[in-house]
Design a protein around this ligand. Structure first.
Ligand code: F6R
Length: 369
């Protein structure tokens, strides 16, 4: 039931604070992460993991790409993120100290299911991150961490995405605790950051009117570029995917550092570019680099829409529009920065008179190859 909302998507975007809070529930004890579903693995098994391979498709794969930064930093295990359909049709090298983590909202995506089965046949242990109780992928896996986003009806994934990142961060912190790669104090700091996210997402939801007006002004736009760096990079990819699937607008996400290796040639006067700007405090080394990217493309006529931390004065002179997000530690910014991008795609689709719950040619769960 839409319960007063104009679409399931609008409802699900607004439910993101709860999606995160419900996914955290029961998995934090005394400022430490203990995911009960992982205890059956045995700490010795998790401590012995030498490599993690994440497999997923679409938005779920971007959740994986985002979590790679946190898993490597906190648990100090190398992570590869693979698209399920690419993974299963080559000869991946896996061993029994590789942990394969699949991510699927539906738990029924055929390519991801087949990739999990393939990984198991090669001897890897598998964990599923899934939003649907009792779905096929979690049933086939050695363990499952459910995201508790609640049923996601709109075809475009929104609340499941933030819940997936949350579950992956819990996984990373559980792993870090078992492996001793993070001190108790550092673990407690990350836990506090996680616990602060629902309220911060609720704050971001307040940019709705601003984003709607922006989308209305841009309803005739033919192409939009998205730039991000570090964890902002997968968010740029996700912003572009949302815009393609909902508003049928050509959109591309780039790592900001790649600009001069090709994409900057696309910049012509009037080209809209969303830039996910890292925090000037938390990412003091990256922030000036992204600001200088903004200056470079602005000089070539780009129209800049910056998603930036509240109080970031450095972007103001160069951006046509700044959408503010609250302060958060760098690894947690994606959970905030993605929200205006989801809203923008939704509002642009609405401005074009499109059905945001059922975009053309797409199905909610892709049970064929
Ligand atoms: C995009 C979207 C898709 C899914 C992908 C994986 O908004 O919804 O890209 O994320 O098809 O689906 P699941 O997570 O069900 O495996």
């Amino acid at each position: 039931e839409k319960g007063g909302w104009s679409s399931f998507m609008a409802k699900e975007v607004s439910e993101q604070p709860d999606a995160v809070a419900n996914t955290l529930r029961g998995r934090i004890t005394a400022e430490q992460v203990v995911v009960p579903e992982l205890t059956e693995f045995g700490d010795d098994v998790l401590a012995g993991v030498r490599r993690i391979v994440i497999i997923a498709c679409g938005t779920a794969a971007y959740a994986g790409q985002t979590a790679k930064y946190a898993i490597e930093k906190w648990a100090q295990v190398p992570v590869d993120v693979e698209l399920s359909h690419e993974f299963r049709y080559r000869d991946p090298v896996l061993s029994d100290d590789t942990l394969v983590v699949s991510i699927s909202q539906s738990g029924e995506t055929m390519d991801t299911l087949m990739a999990v089965k393939y990984a198991m046949s090669l001897g890897a242990k598998t964990i599923s991150i899934c939003n649907t109780q009792g779905a096929t992928i979690p049933r086939e896996s050695d363990a499952v961490i459910y995201t508790h986003a609640g049923p996601e009806v709109a075809v475009a994934s929104t609340k499941a995405f933030v819940a997936q990142i949350t579950a992956l961060y819990l996984f990373a912190l559980h792993l870090a605790r078992v492996r001793g790669s993070l001190s108790a104090a550092e673990q407690a700091t990350q836990v506090a950051e996680l616990q602060s996210i629902p309220e911060k997402i609720a704050t971001v939801l307040g940019v709705e009117d601003e984003v709607r007006q922006l989308a209305h002004r841009m309803s005739h736009t033919r192409a939009v570029l998205f730039l991000g760096r570090h964890v902002g990079f997968p968010i740029a990819l996700e912003g572009a995917l949302k815009l393609k699937e909902l508003a049928y607008i050509h959109a591309e996400g780039f790592a900001a550092g790649e600009l001069k290796h090709g994409p900057i040639a696309l910049i012509e006067p009037g080209q809209p570019v969303f830039v996910v700007v890292p925090s000037p405090r938390g990412s003091a080394h990256l922030h000036p680099k992204v600001v200088s990217n903004i200056q470079e493309i602005r000089a070539r006529g780009a129209r800049i829409i910056a998603i930036a931390e509240l109080g970031d004065a450095a972007v103001l002179p160069f951006a046509d529009t700044v959408i503010h997000i609250p302060l958060a530690a760098p690894l947690f910014e994606p959970l905030l920065a993605v929200v205006p991008l989801q809203m923008f795609a939704m509002e642009l689709a609405i401005a074009k008179g499109l059905d945001v719950d059922q975009p053309r040619n797409l199905a909610k769960s892709v049970t064929v190859e």
